[in-house]
Design a protein around this ligand. Structure first.
Ligand SMILES: Cc1cc2nc3c(=O)[nH]c(=O)nc-3n(C[C@H](O)[C@H](O)[C@H](O)COP(=O)(O)O)c2cc1C
Length: 342
């Protein structure tokens, strides 16, 4: 059925197709009896896991960026995800970059995006997070506003934690989007140390410590991410999300020139898979040797159950998908959860 639907959706401009699908799914779920029919179409696989003081229905999550403003939480639960990372949310609303800013690379099963943290801001998300469905872990991926200079960036992240703290289960500090100028420069030990210090000192975190994860780019050189390790250890970071999209066009092989005409942006989907997996393996090995390894959350190019199981075998404890859902549809969820079942 998704194949037929995909033919229709892929005829539309990608962002319009995205929101049409989500709005229709959310409306359908409100029709009496529809959740039961939905459950027959997309049976939920249970694979409970306890970790970080949370009960995860299963180990598959929706990656950040798909539901930036926490508008479709019921849909993710109905599709069988164990967790959802909403955001990236910034303190103030912002429109993101001018359109067009999202492109399908169908033959490569990839996407190119330069959305630039379009979102309604943290405050606007609260009423929806208050009504979040039970039985779904919800994390917030947080970032800085585009017009906040890097020297003030820590304040933006701290604001997001303070405002969202009562309503989400964990935080992911996003330092790795390629679409906010200068953001990736914040993947640096001095900045991260002072940011984590400020978050640790927050009264809300001292009363109830929400797990803090850091999301990294796949393009970091080993010496750069190794420099961050003492900071991860000092602050007992609980998760590393590996990885965001890549700016490396080399992953496209021969098709790189054709894609150059689309302009700047981050690549996701199948071509990112081996890069994301390689970083996961390197960090697992490094963390084990170092004597401190945060829980590893693998994302990037997971297009099948086989890919998801491979990420667990390589040391991840949780897996997220984004582009795979666009190309494979809802069946990917059951396939991944089943493949990862212990
Ligand atoms: C259209 C689009 C928007 C995204 N927006 C965000 C975002 O706001 N914050 C973030 O941390 N990652 C964002 N990502 C990155 C994804 O969360 C994920 O890390 C990346 O796409 C690799 O996973 P995939 O290959 O399964 O897509 C976005 C990805 C796409 C394709």
């Amino acid at each position: 059925m998704y194949r037929w639907l995909q033919g229709f959706l892929f005829g539309m401009e990608p962002e319009s197709a995205h929101y049409l699908t989500l709005n229709v799914s959310r409306a359908l779920l409100k029709i009496p009896g529809m959740s039961r029919l939905w459950a027959l179409l997309w049976p939920k696989v249970s694979d409970p896991w306890d970790g970080m003081g949370l009960a995860w229905p299963n180990r598959l999550g929706l990656a950040a960026g798909f539901d930036k403003d926490a508008k479709y939480l019921q849909v993710w639960k109905a599709l069988g995800f164990g967790f959802v990372e909403v955001g990236t949310l910034t303190p103030r609303p912002q429109p993101g970059n001018p359109k067009p800013r999202l492109f399908r690379l169908v033959t490569q099963q990839a996407l190119l995006n330069r959305l630039g943290f379009n979102n309604g801001g943290v405050e606007a998300a609260i009423p929806r997070l208050r009504q979040r469905p039970k039985g779904l872990v919800v994390g917030a991926n947080i970032g800085k506003n585009k017009d906040t200079p890097n020297q003030d960036a820590a304040k933006d992240y701290v604001t997001c934690v303070e405002v969202l703290h009562p309503w989400v289960d964990y935080f992911t500090i996003n330092l790795s989007s390629p679409n906010t100028p200068g953001l990736r420069d914040l993947q640096e030990a001095g900045f991260l140390d002072s940011l984590l210090e400020a978050i640790d000192r927050l009264p809300c975190q001292q009363q109830l410590r929400r797990p803090v994860w850091v999301k990294l780019a796949p393009d970091l050189a080993p010496e750069d991410w190794q420099d961050l390790w003492p900071v991860f250890a000092k602050h007992r970071i609980q998760g590393l999300v590996l990885t965001n999209t890549t700016i490396d066009r080399g992953v496209l092989g021969g098709q790189a020139t054709e894609v150059a005409s689309l302009g700047a942006g981050g690549l996701s989907g199948a071509p990112l898979g081996s890069k994301s997996l390689a970083l996961l393996e390197s960090m697992k090995a490094y963390g084990t040797a170092y004597g401190f390894c945060p829980l590893l959350v693998s994302v990037g190019g997971v297009m099948s159950g086989r890919d998801a199981a491979q990420r667990l075998a390589a040391g991840a404890v949780l897996v997220q998908v984004y582009t795979g859902l666009v190309y494979r549809g809802p069946a990917l969820v059951e396939e991944c959860v089943t493949a990862m079942r212990s």
